[in-house]
Design a protein around this ligand. Structure first.
Ligand SMILES: Cc1ncc(COP(=O)(O)O)c(C=O)c1O
Length: 410
């Protein structure tokens, strides 16, 4: 499907902001939703709204069938074995917390090591810091080299130093600040040889690369449904069946049990054992619709070509403006989805506000990844991020607005 056709499917892209045509370049935070997803959610509320798993009436059966089908779609999309490996969460953050609160609390002991990287999003840092406080585990870091690539030797060094006390490697696939893609397959292979479990954060990669949990052989994989054109309030944890069978749930309540007496309870099978309480049914169904939409319409390799062009234009344009420092590689072949930068003497918040006057939505701050900013001596940055509906004209509009902004503030 061509770019124009794709854009037509996202109703919000036609709206005006501050009297100007919206240019949405904040896709790393959340993507816009195609009509198919919006329709699936309203169709659910118009026709089938009911609770899942517990009713024997038609609406409840429809809701249960559609919600279960959404899990099946995610299982197929990620090449998981089946829905028993797919837990729906509120977002990627909750999925990582689920692993920290189950694997971490139930299986790790003081002195065990969790390995992260310096380019992680806070959602893959703070849950482990909470666990470190509670259980006395140690966090070790794979550094980022000056060329913005991970220093894989650090992982070998950590494994050599701690041996089988290293229990988990938790690593981001595509960085939401540097835009680099890590060699996840290689990192998983090294960690597995040392007996460590592995978690991959695909929040930024899920909308641009085919995810295949079997090809990687990871134990856990997380992503946000809302960054894959699905509704907000949706996220996914993939976990190998053996893990979900052996782990105890982290939250208790209805929907996750088959029987309860005063002394104890018997858990439902996975994934429901990890989805306590009434889930985000409409959101889950909307996520299923988003996956159908991607499957029907999107060829990731075609969009990679368009995105590379956009990044090229952005990088070239930015490099021609004096006083701009780009955080991350300046070669578009090493970058996916995002370009973060700072401007000498102009605060990123002022840039974002100025651009908003022109209808251009970008982000300013640390993008929940403060350590990687600090690693490269940056304060907060401005960030543009793309999705498959962005155009060259939009990047040019951004560059034009940014130039005017800099003139005004300097
Ligand atoms: C790399 C990465 N991981 C995790 C997250 C957290 O996603 P969510 O806020 O949907 O939990 C984000 C969000 O920006 C991200 O970019």
């Amino acid at each position: 499907m061509g770019l124009e056709e794709i854009r037509k499917q996202f109703p919000i892209l036609t709206r005006q902001v501050n009297g100007k045509q919206l240019v949405y370049l904040d896709n790393a935070a959340t993507t816009q939703k195609p009509e198919a997803v919006i329709n699936a959610i309203s169709e659910f509320y118009l026709q089938s709204n009911s609770n899942v798993h517990r009713g024997f009436h038609t609406l409840s059966e429809e809701a249960t069938q559609q919600y279960t089908a959404a899990h099946e779609k995610v299982a197929k999309f990620t090449n998981a074995t089946g829905i028993e490996e797919i837990v729906f969460t509120r977002n990627a953050t909750e999925a990582i917390n689920l692993v920290a609160q189950t694997v971490g609390r139930q299986l790790l002991v003081s002195g065990d090591v969790v390995v992260l990287t310096e380019m992680e999003h806070h959602s893959n840092i703070v849950p482990w810091q909470l666990l470190a406080k509670e259980k006395g585990i140690t966090i070790e870091w794979i550094g980022v080299k000056d060329d913005f690539q991970l220093d894989e030797e650090n992982l070998r060094f950590i494994l050599g130093r701690y041996g089988d006390r290293v229990k988990l490697l938790s690593v981001v696939d595509v960085s939401n600040v540097l835009g680099v893609r890590n060699n996840v397959k290689q990192l998983i292979s090294i960690a597995k040889q040392a007996g460590a479990a592995t978690l991959v954060d695909c929040a930024q990669s899920v909308s641009r690369f085919k995810i295949d949990v079997k090809e990687w052989g990871c134990d856990f994989l997380v992503f946000s449904g809302h960054k894959l054109f699905g509704p907000t309030g949706t996220g996914v944890l993939y976990a190998r069946k053996q893990w979900l069978e052996k782990l105890e749930p982290w939250m208790g309540g209805g929907e996750m049990v088959v029987s309860v007496n005063k002394a104890s309870a018997i858990w439902a099978d996975s994934p429901w054992k990890f989805e306590a309480g009434t889930p985000n049914i409409a959101g889950g169904i909307g996520l299923g619709a988003a996956i159908d939409w991607v499957d029907r319409n999107i060829d990731f390799s075609e969009h990679a070509v368009n995105e590379k062009d956009l990044i090229d234009i952005a990088l070239k344009g930015l490099s021609q403006i004096s006083g701009i420092s780009i955080l991350g590689p300046t070669d578009s072949t090493e970058r996916f989805g995002v370009v973060a930068f700072s401007v000498d003497k102009v605060h990123p918040h002022d840039i974002a506000s100025f651009l908003d006057e022109d209808g251009i939505a970008i982000r300013a701050g640390y993008h929940c990844a403060e350590p990687v900013h600090k690693r490269f001596g940056f304060g907060s940055t401005a960030r543009i991020s793309f999705a498959l509906y962005n155009t060259k004209q939009e990047v040019e509009a951004f560059l034009d607005s940014l130039s005017r902004c800099i003139k005004k503030f300097r």
